[in-house]
Ligand binder design. Structure first.
Ligand SMILES: Nc1nc2c(c(=O)[nH]1)N[C@H]1C(S)=C(S)[C@@H](COP(=O)(O)OP(=O)(O)OC[C@H]3O[C@@H](n4cnc5c(=O)[nH]c(N)nc54)[C@H](O)[C@@H]3O)O[C@H]1N2
Ligand SMILES: Nc1nc2c(c(=O)[nH]1)N[C@H]1C(S)=C(S)[C@@H](COP(=O)(O)OP(=O)(O)OC[C@H]3O[C@@H](n4cnc5c(=O)[nH]c(N)nc54)[C@H](O)[C@@H]3O)O[C@H]1N2
Ligand code: SF4
Ligand SMILES: [Mo]
Length: 731
């Protein structure tokens, strides 16, 4: 018990050190609002990784301003960043653990009871059903150090085999595509490329809403760039672009092959680059032969002229950059689509130079950290569970017995769920994700969770839909209440600092993992994992000699002083150029140094429209003020003013007219998964025959479809066959 008290004391320990107060950074702030201290913190929402200066007064965080001169956001933030402190003060924070008692209600319990229950229930399940009968689902929203602690504890300490993260919903496609094409999961760009490009092509991305500060950098581009958007919807980004191609949903692969066809046919390719730095081009040449503009036009809904025009824009650009996001990643042939984008960059030599690249933007604040260190799909630091040398290396660095490291890969997220449905996985630990709202076909998912003998949810709030389904809730500190690092989209480590005390008995995830290690009886394995910064040191060692080597980062203070540091940053690297892109030397991470071209025939969409379900339902981000399942952004009265409070569906005016639907009236949307009643938002932004629902409302995922890319297993959130009706529809 004394030890437990010590640990709880650690979390109530001091706040992070202040920055030297520079009043100039605060502009004309009136004297009464002048803070006593500023602490610089990287934002905890999206992957842009903006820096925020939090103002402390009387030892309390009271306000914040975006950091001037930070290489990412220089003095700007989006509404979520400005409101980042508010979610911490919400009155539904989990301030103690909760345990579901015999009568079915969740009741507050002491940490000691919670931890004993956690250990005894999970051990009991493993004892009866084997080590792989318990699993975890993690996140892209906790620091690298916590991510690594969780993955190591679960797999090496608790003996789990299966654990995956919400990054499967988000980035898995990009990770697999890069790995296969470049030999390592390595987004090559630096944000300066937004400003240096003379032709930017956004595929399935809406940065005006989803990455507003990246979009600001596009707006600052001095080269009067061509900005192309490939999106079925006329999004805010499409409206601001110079060219919008409203292709049919899920016809990207055909279009991209069609573009390759035209570029090759016209000789608009960089044969020298192809010969020196790539392998497999002849296969592409053969493969795209049949993708004539006429054929592609029929499949994509674009005209042959538009396809020729777009190929022409790529050819005319001197520095062409391709940017993709989850409009690509969340599809049934997503990996090959991402690679069709990579292929275009490679064949036109648009990579490794300023303003170029095949660039996947990431989603969550630490999606990149999760890709490297969550110990889910790959062994810590992008090593391979199935490779004995890799296991040996990690065991040696961690001073652990090699036999503790599983020699098999985890099942992907969807198969973990399947195993729960089949009754094979019986215990589940969910950390910093809210899948009852965010996973596909969520009504079915909620039913499947009932198969579990024991569900633990570790979250900042006891009110999230998933926490409410739990048998045990562990109360977590949130962003700003703990320390660690996040890696942003351009591979930049940024520092998360502690600017507030977590409420009640909530603990940083780091210290929750530490307590679990102690109660589980595997604390000895983690005796060097004392603080996040110590763990950072261990991970640094793991990265040594790999493409993401960051052994040159001395300590947290160095990250803070330098405005974040991008990997790779091996020992001896210089900070002089703090905006670096990959592949400037044309060398990729395969042993032969060459990038690979990969192509494959398109697959039929998993769900076609039909008489009963004639509409295509798209989903995605709604506004820049809403974050995912709204457990955080929903707590801010300021943010709430900036978006509709209830779920809605975007409908084209022609369709609205056909169905006599008026803007604002309730309509029914039905798919094979279920039916929801939502308000109509009539807008020409959506094409006829298509519907769009933002993911921020729980109802949306009652409708989405369980279909997965065959390589990345990423769910296809962006397409379902749907029916629109004014009244309820009964099949
Ligand atoms: N405000 C806000 N910002 C966020 C988030 C948030 O919740 N709120 N979440 C963050 C996260 S985790 C992520 S992953 C990113 C997501 O960032 P984005 O990917 O930019 O956002 P989405 O709106 O999900 O999808 C982008 C676009 O894909 C389009 N699309 C749908 N189907 C297709 C298709 O078949 N082809 C093409 N070409 N386009 C298609 C949609 O119409 C949509 O406009 O945003 C991050 N930023
Ligand atoms: N229909 C549809 N569905 C989608 C998508 C889509 O485009 N369309 N996009 C998908 C994508 S890309 C993503 S990334 C997912 C996101 O889906 P989720 O991960 O489910 O979304 P969040 O609301 O961000 O959930 C994070 C949870 O962690 C908690 N939390 C925050 N910080 C901390 C912390 O420090 N510690 C702990 N322990 N908990 C914390 C929050 O309170 C919240 O409950 O949604 C996916 N779902
Ligand atoms: S753009 Fe992203 S990182 Fe920047 S302030 Fe907004 S949510 Fe935070
Ligand atoms: Mo995401």
């Amino acid at each position: 018990m004394q030890q437990l008290k010590d640990l709880i004391y650690q979390r109530t320990g001091p706040l992070s050190d202040e920055l030297e107060l520079k009043p100039s950074a605060l502009g004309m702030l009136p004297q009464r609002l002048m803070p006593e201290r500023l602490v610089r913190v990287v934002c905890g929402f999206c992957s842009t990784g903006c820096s925020l200066d939090v103002h402390l007064k009387n030892g309390k965080a009271v306000n914040l301003t975006p950091t001037h001169g930070y290489p990412v956001n220089s003095g700007e933030a989006c509404p979520k960043g400005w409101e980042a402190l508010t979610p911490l003060w919400a009155n539904d924070r989990a301030t103690t653990p909760y345990l579901r008692k015999g009568h079915g209600r969740l009741e507050a319990v002491k940490w000691d009871t919670a931890l004993r229950t956690f250990v005894s229930r999970f051990k009991d399940i493993q004892g009866r059903w084997g080590r792989d009968s318990i699993a975890f689902l993690s996140t892209g929203q906790i620091p690298v150090e916590e991510m690594a602690y969780l993955g190591a504890l679960a797999k090496f300490g608790m003996g789990m085999v299966h654990g995956d993260g919400n990054t499967r919903q988000c980035m898995a496609t990009a990770a697999v595509a890069y790995k296969q094409s470049f030999g390592f999961d390595a987004p090559p760009f630096t944000y300066r490329d937004f400003e240096e490009s003379d032709c930017l092509i956004f595929v399935g991305a809406n940065p005006c809403i989803a990455h507003p500060i990246m979009w600001q950098r596009v707006c600052r581009n001095p080269h009067r760039p061509t900005v192309v958007v490939l999106d079925p919807r006329k999004t805010e980004t499409a409206m601001a672009a110079t060219h919008h191609y409203a292709l049919k949903p899920k016809s990207d692969l055909v279009l991209l092959y069609g573009l390759a066809h035209v570029l090759i046919k016209r000789g608009w390719i960089d044969q020298v680059y192809i010969d020196r730095h790539t392998a497999g081009f002849e296969e592409v040449r053969r493969h795209v032969q049949e993708y004539t503009p006429g054929y592609v036009s029929r499949r994509t809904g674009l005209s042959a002229g538009q396809i020729e025009e777009l190929a022409g824009l790529i050819h005319q650009g001197k520095r062409v950059s391709f940017w993709w996001m989850v409009g690509v990643n969340q599809g049934h042939e997503a990996v090959r689509t991402a690679q069709a984008i990579i292929n275009l960059a490679l064949m036109t030599g648009n990579i490794g130079r300023p303003g170029t690249g095949a660039n996947s933007i990431t989603g969550q604040c630490n999606a990149m950290g999760s890709r490297l260190f969550s110990n889910t799909t790959n062994l810590l630091g992008h090593h391979d569970f199935q490779n004995p040398q890799h296991r040996g290396r990690i065991a040696k660095i961690l001073k652990m017995d090699e036999s503790l490291i599983p020699a098999e890969n985890s099942l992907p997220y969807n198969q973990i769920i399947e195993q729960i449905a089949l009754g094979k996985i019986k215990g589940l630990w969910i950390i910093a994700t809210n899948p009852v709202h965010s996973w596909i076909a969520s009504r079915e998912f909620k039913q499947i969770l009932k198969n579990l003998e024991f569900l633990v949810v570790q979250d900042m709030y006891h009110t999230s839909q998933t926490a409410q389904a739990a048998d045990l809730i562990l109360p977590a500190a949130g962003w700003g209440e703990k320390e660690g690092t996040f890696i942003n989209s351009e591979r930049r480590f940024g520092l998360l600092r502690k600017v507030a005390q977590a409420p009640g008995e909530a603990l940083a995830d780091f210290y929750i993992f530490k307590l679990i290690a102690r109660y589980w009886g595997c604390e000895e394995l983690f005796k060097e994992w004392q603080t996040p910064e110590k763990v950072f040191g261990i991970l640094k060692e793991i990265s040594r000699g790999t493409p993401c080597d960051f052994t040159g980062i001395g300590d947290y203070a160095m990250i803070e002083r330098s405005g974040g540091i991008q990997w790779p940053f091996p020992e001896g690297a210089s900070l002089e150029n703090n905006e670096r892109r990959l592949f400037e030397n044309g060398k990729y991470f395969y042993p032969d140094g060459k990038a690979k071209f990969l192509v494959e025939d398109p697959r039929p969409a998993p769900e076609e429209t039909c008489g009963q379900f004639p509409f295509v339902l798209l989903t995605g981000r709604g506004t820049s003020s809403q974050w995912h399942t709204q457990t955080r952004t929903g707590k801010s009265a300021v943010l709430r003013k900036m978006y509709p409070s209830g779920a809605y569906v975007e409908i084209n005016p022609e369709d609205a007219c056909k169905f006599s639907i008026k803007d604002g009236q309730y309509v029914y949307i039905t798919t094979r998964r279920g039916q929801v009643k939502v308000r109509a938002l009539v807008t020409a932004g959506i094409q006829q025959g298509q519907l769009f629902m933002p993911m921020h409302y729980e109802l949306t995922n009652h409708l989405t479809m369980p279909s997965f890319d065959p390589y990345s297993y990423q769910p296809s959130y962006k397409m379902a066959a749907a029916r629109l009706s004014k009244g309820p529809y009964y099949a």
